[in-house]
Design a protein around this ligand. Structure first.
Ligand code: SAH
Ligand code: MG
Length: 220
């Protein structure tokens, strides 16, 4: 099922080499093969001429790839995060990084690192950062989207709110991409897997490529 999207010229859509280098150097939680699959999906969705949306910016690792695809397609990439980190990224938890704590307020703040990452890669103008809780932003949303990439909070509550808030805005033919889908509970948390099953069971999506824990579904 590893079939990256073809480009009009017949090749596989790939990010600019300097974007891929920036992606690999950025803090974050996505391996290269999944990043390339995300880029290919974003490149395909970009052809719809609609914005590409990410839930879960963190330090901008995956955002770089959406931004590069958005640049190529002439559409904006939107990325939503409150920048205070998920449960498992808080001090004392497995994925905590003390470098992204704001010493003044004593809480996580990934926004400065994200902005530096995007600026250094020269992709700032292609991205609109939405800083806030995903369901609160989604509740105000009214524009069709070409791609919805769900990589935010991994509790059942957060994951379902992302699905319910954003997928109604996905245009026909648009792509729903879900990260951290682990069918075997031994490999990771189950909330993203449940979203994937829910999306398939809804009948609104056709199955698409799977790469690592990344799943791509096409809106009918
Ligand atoms: N896409 C990133 C990783 C995202 S980590 C990468 O490629 O590296 C998950 C992010 O989701 C965290 O930054 C956290 O702050 C954010 N998040 C979790 N729950 C959220 C919510 N309800 N609203 C907005 N952001 C949320
Ligand atoms: Mg993830």
């Amino acid at each position: 099922m590893n079939q990256p999207s073809p480009t009009p010229g017949g090749g596989v859509a790939a990010p600019q080499p300097h974007t891929l280098a920036a992606f690999e150097a950025a803090k974050g939680f996505m391996p290269r093969d999944e990043g390339l699959a995300l880029y290919a999906a974003a490149a395909e969705a970009g052809a719809l001429g609609l914005p590409l949306l990410e839930v879960g910016t963190y330090c901008g690792r995956s955002t770089l790839l959406l931004a590069d695809a958005a640049r190529a397609a002439g559409v904006p990439a939107l990325t939503v995060d409150h920048h205070r980190g998920s449960e498992e990224q808080q001090p004392g938890w497995e994925y905590h990084d003390p470098e992204v704590v704001d010493p003044v307020v004593g809480a996580m703040d990934t926004l400065p690192t994200f902005r530096r990452t995007l600026h250094a890669a020269g992709l700032e103008e292609h991205v609109i950062a939405l800083v806030g809780r995903s369901p609160r932003v989604a509740a105000l949303w009214g524009t069709p989207l070409g791609l919805v990439f769900i990589d935010g909070g991994h509790t059942e509550e957060h994951a379902s709110a992302d699905y319910e808030g954003w997928t109604p805005h996905l245009a026909p033919g648009g792509l729903l991409v879900i990260h951290d889908v682990f069918p075997d509970p031994a490999d990771g948390g189950q909330a993203p897997h449940h979203l994937h099953e829910r999306a398939l069971a809804s009948g609104a999506y056709g199955p698409g490529p799977a790469t690592g824990s990344l799943r791509v579904l096409r809106r009918r």
